[in-house]
Ligand binder design. Structure first.
Ligand SMILES: Cc1cc2nc3c(=O)[nH]c(=O)nc-3n(C[C@H](O)[C@H](O)[C@H](O)COP(=O)(O)O)c2cc1C
Length: 511
């Protein structure tokens, strides 16, 4: 007993000494920090409030997590709120989603509401939907099987396991995968899905050293029958007028080899194609791509000024409709990216809410609507978003960040840092290890399948056979007064068409 008491007393003594030692260390550390803070000149808060000033940085970092998990309301966060993220997560895991009790949606001004028909179409009826063909006059026209597809995201901005999951998932779902501007990697092709090869301003994968098109390399890429279309990217909504940015940390040996650039150095694409400086040069480039590839050739841009787009349409009319791009992938000013400067990501480029109906009206007025298909993108991640796009003018919808959610993205906003905690936008093998491509491919498939079904369900509720039959008559828009108006009455292209002839043409269409 005595021995035990002796042992306990010694133990307590030791603990006490350790405690005093720790306190001593802490006091010494605080003193050291105090001296450092007072003498440094970089940080004003640390200099004015030595030691305690550091808590501000700690709380700022922790606040990010606390807000997301505890304090942010379901419909509050940006770019995507919890309700949207949870919806994608749910359909990826369980297929169709249902919610209990009633809507929690806040009908902010501009919110779309579908105008259901009195007599819906039976969901289960067999229907023959008219074939939808892009580039019917090319050697290899493309007939997509899904109207919801995976938007351009390069191998580089996304990791290898992420691209592999997308490729396999797209194959299972029957949708296409756009390579983004980083070239075609083996991971894009691995699953055997349809692939759209994007030629960004640097033309990675098919470039000459001066960033003009290397026809031999493009022809080689097109030997793969899964490459279905070629997309010439003029701009993307997150950074119009700025080329792709892949930070040095993400330019691995393999990525450098696929792109044809040096490893370990930031890959900065020029901010426009060197060989497409005006409408005529662009149409020449489209013709060159179509001739070499034998595939439909589209262009991608985010609308800003309307004049140059009208000028492009006028040039197409002057050269003949066959000179037109086979499709326009129209991106929203609030589209996603791996990395972009803040003034461009926040404050440049028209939002899809305006640019999509406007582009549709301009194509109709030019008599080119049948010739040029419209693929819309930009925060169109739920079935309601996609159905909205069909109502106002889209033929198809591309999506980027919804598919990142399908891969397990938690919106940690680290895409530019190579530290993505879900392995999606990092090349760190430790972080990639958690992303199982086969499991995530199933989620990608579920997302596409459910979304296709739900958009069809909305179309049937509106009394039409298929999503492409949705029109502006099926759409109401919430006004600031708290009342809705039919979309057709609340939208007019006149707001943007300052040129009188273009205005008149648009009016002719509506009359
Ligand atoms: C990680 C990431 C990488 C992207 N890379 C490209 C790219 O290489 N080329 C491109 O045209 N757009 C790129 N985008 C933009 C998307 O293709 C798409 O236009 C945009 O994200 C649309 O918005 P959404 O994500 O809400 O669908 C990227 C987007 C993300 C999130």
């Amino acid at each position: 007993m005595d021995a035990f008491a002796d042992f306990a007393a010694h133990g307590l003594e030791l603990l006490g000494s350790l405690f005093l030692f720790a306190i001593g260390l802490l006091v010494l550390g605080a003193l050291g920090l105090f001296v450092y803070d007072k003498t440094q000149t970089r940080n004003t808060i640390w200099r004015n409030y030595p030691v305690i000033g550091h808590f501000r940085n700690l709380f700022e970092t922790l606040g990010e997590f606390f807000r997301q998990y505890f304090f942010a309301m379901d419909r509050e966060e940006l770019p995507f709120n919890r309700a949207e993220r949870d919806w994608v997560k749910h359909v990826c895991e369980h297929g169709k989603d249902v919610v209990p009790f009633g809507s929690t949606k806040n009908y902010a001004p501009g919110s779309p509401i579908f105008a259901n028909g009195l007599f819906p179409k039976f969901d289960e009826d067999d229907r023959i939907t008219p074939p939808f063909v892009i580039g019917p006059d090319t050697a290899h026209p493309y007939q997509p099987t899904s109207f919801f597809n995976i938007s351009a995201m390069s191998y580089g901005s996304l990791s290898a396991p992420a691209i592999r999951a997308l490729s396999h998932g797209a194959q299972m779902a029957g949708c296409y995968l756009n390579t983004g501007e980083g070239g075609v990697s083996p991971y894009h092709l691995e699953g055997g899905c349809d692939v759209v090869y994007q030629l960004g301003t640097a033309k990675f994968g098919a470039r000459n050293p001066d960033a003009t098109l290397n026809e031999v390399k493009l022809a080689e890429i097109c030997e793969n029958p899964n490459v279905k279309m070629i997309e010439i990217k003029l701009s993307q909504g997150a950074k119009p007028g700025k080329g792709g940015i892949l930070p040095a940390a993400k330019v691995t040996e393999e990525i450098a080899q696929i792109r044809g650039i040096p490893a370990g150095v930031s890959a900065l694409s020029p901010n426009r194609h060197v060989d497409a400086g005006d409408a005529n040069e662009l149409l020449d480039l489209i013709a060159q791509v179509r001739r070499v590839s034998g595939r439909p050739a589209g262009i991608k841009f985010c609308m800003g000024q309307v004049g140059p787009v009208q000028q492009l349409l006028d040039t197409i009319l002057a050269r003949g409709p066959e000179s037109a791009p086979d499709y326009i992938a129209l991106d929203s000013g609030d589209g996603g990216t791996g990395a972009a400067p803040m003034p461009l990501i926040d404050s440049t480029g028209m939002l899809i809410e305006d640019s999509l109906p406007l582009l549709h009206d301009m194509l109709v007025a030019a008599g080119l609507r049948d010739r040029i298909k419209i693929i819309a993108s930009g925060k169109l991640i739920t079935s309601a978003d996609v159905a909205w796009a069909f109502c106002v003018g889209a033929d198809m919808v591309n999506n980027g960040r919804g598919f990142m959610f399908a891969l397990g993205c938690i919106q940690a906003l680290k895409c530019d840092k190579n530290t993505c905690p879900t392995g999606i936008t990092t090349h760190n093998p430790r972080l990639q290890a958690g992303l199982d491509p086969s499991n995530k491919a199933v989620r990608v498939r579920n997302y596409v399948k459910t979304l296709n079904q739900e958009v069809e369900m909305i179309a049937h509720a509106c009394g039409v056979d298929c999503p492409r039959d949705l029109t502006r008559d099926h759409l109401l828009v919430m006004q600031a007064s708290g009342r809705t108006r039919p979309f057709a009455k609340s939208w007019s292209p006149d707001r943007y068409l300052s040129d009188k002839t273009a205005k008149e043409r648009a009016r002719d269409r509506t009359n």
